[in-house]
Design a protein around this ligand. Structure first.
Ligand code: GDP
Length: 444
């Protein structure tokens, strides 16, 4: 049996142990599985309580069971959900009981969503949004994913695609006429007007977006400067004040290299370049390697300086803010002007906390500018932006070549429609789908 026709199962809830764990089963065998384990089939979409038993009739757990016959289910196939106690042994017994059925196997990452996509329950932008929603750490990430999940981009793209196909029909009609002689200009003119307005609309949507697709990855801020100016002190202060999401790389002699902050809903990763140092520990080396690579691509650099070192200049592509630290030591000295004539943009005491609110406020403003006003954000991923750009380019080439022949124009319109089709996942090659769905969690 083809893997696609097999019935799949997975633990869809979080890591055990937990109070309750949810195991989902999807595919043609789901009904037999429920009958064998629970002894009965629940009324569709109504929870029942059942003692689940394995093939030797030995009890596994007292559970809640839900039955969603296809096609009105999340995947479009028959789906069952078992809500069991979330202990490791319970789950091990459940999973091995499921595995014992013929043509039933553990699901690959993202396989439930892939089936939903293949059964027309979601378009590709919605499938991507589902993944983004699961991985959203901040409120703005969540809101953007939810908008996408409602089909914000998918609906627009479908509309654009239909209008391109309609314009295409007008041009094709012109081509048919041209077999008989001249192409009537009255057929081309309305098609051109439609293409122009479509072009402008998509172009506008692209321009209005800022970097909203980068909301997934977050803004990267590197804290740099000479030794002992207080870089680590600052990163620790930021982590303490704002909602720190995770601190993935803990060194041995330093507390933190990198923290992820939730700044007013914007995901911001702050990297302490002082923590980036040579180490023999292989685990730490990997953290150091990653932090170094990310710092090199920082979107903003906070160059920390103290009184002796106000003039240091960081070279790089990203904007640099000069942050004058240890103002508590200044005792009213003439330090408004940094040495070498560089005016400090911020004056803080990382140790005491002075000036930190202003710095954080400025970071939030920077993030807002950087991501764009994401409340209308249409684009959630670089893939989507690229395909919309391709669509605009094809439409603009179409307008250029229409005078040279309708066939050329019609070809460009086909390309534009194809790009939007790929955006929606209507036309695409398997390997692209594989890449997208591989990023998903197992059980999703
Ligand atoms: P790094 O090498 O740049 O990471 O610097 P650290 O954060 O390790 O700080 C170096 C020293 O400066 C430590 O002894 C800190 O306690 C001290 N320090 C950091 N910030 C301040 C500050 O705002 N005021 C004062 N007085 N000392 C500070």
């Amino acid at each position: 049996m083809h893997p696609r026709d097999q019935t799949i199962f997975a633990l869809s809830s979080g890591r055990p142990p937990s109070a309750i764990a949810i195991i989902r089963v999807s595919g043609p065998m789901a009904e037999s599985v429920v009958l064998a384990l629970a002894g009965k089939i629940p009324v569709p979409r109504m929870a029942i309580r059942a003692l689940l038993r394995d093939s030797d009739r030995q009890p596994i757990d007292d559970a809640v069971v839900l039955w969603f016959p296809g096609p009105a289910s999340a995947t479009g196939e028959d789906v069952a959900e078992f809500h069991v106690h979330g202990g490791r042994a319970v789950l091990a017994a459940m999973l091995s009981a499921l595995d014992a059925f013929e043509n039933v196997r553990a699901a690959e990452p993202g396989e439930f969503t892939r089936r939903a996509f293949e059964n027309g329950k979601l378009d590709l932008t919605e499938a991507e949004a589902l993944d983004d929603l699961i991985h959203a750490d901040t409120d703005r990430q969540r809101r953007q994913a939810l908008r996408q999940l409602k089909g914000l981009l998918g609906d627009r793209a479908r509309d654009w695609r239909e209008r391109i196909i309609a314009a295409s029909a007008l041009i094709e009609a012109g081509i048919d006429f041209s077999d008989e002689g001249d192409v009537p200009a009255e057929l081309i003119a309305p098609a051109l007007a439609r293409i122009k307005s479509l072009h402008d609309e998509i172009q506008k949507a692209l321009a209005a977006q800022g970097q909203s697709e980068r909301l997934r990855d977050g803004l990267v801020v590197a804290i740099a400067g000479p030794p002992n100016v207080g870089k680590s002190t600052l990163i620790n202060q930021l982590a303490r004040r704002e909602v720190a999401i995770v601190s993935p790389h803990a060194g041995t002699t330093r507390d933190v290299i990198e923290v992820q902050l939730d700044l007013d809903g914007y995901p911001v990763t702050v990297i302490d370049t002082a923590g980036i140092r040579e180490t023999d520990d292989p685990v730490e080396q990997e953290g150091v390697r990653r932090a170094r690579a990310r710092a090199a691509e920082a979107d903003l650099v906070l160059w920390l300086a103290d009184r002796e070192d106000g003039s240091a200049v960081h070279q790089g592509a990203a904007p640099v803010w000069l942050v004058h630290n240890k103002i508590d030591l200044d005792a009213g000295g003439p330090t408004e002007q940094g040495e070498g004539g560089v005016r400090p943009e911020f004056r803080i005491s990382a140790a005491r906390g002075d000036g930190l609110s202003e710095l954080i406020r400025a970071l939030v403003d920077f993030a807002q500018e950087y991501f764009g006003t994401s409340d209308g954000a249409l684009i959630g991923r670089a893939r989507q932006r690229k395909l919309l750009q391709e669509t605009v380019e094809s439409l603009s080439r179409c307008m250029q070549v229409v005078g040279q022949g309708e066939e050329l124009a019609a070809e460009e319109l086909r390309r534009a429609a194809h790009s939007l089709g790929r955006l929606l996942g209507r036309v695409d090659v398997e390997d692209i789908l594989d890449v997208i769905f591989r990023e998903f969690c197992v059980g999703k």
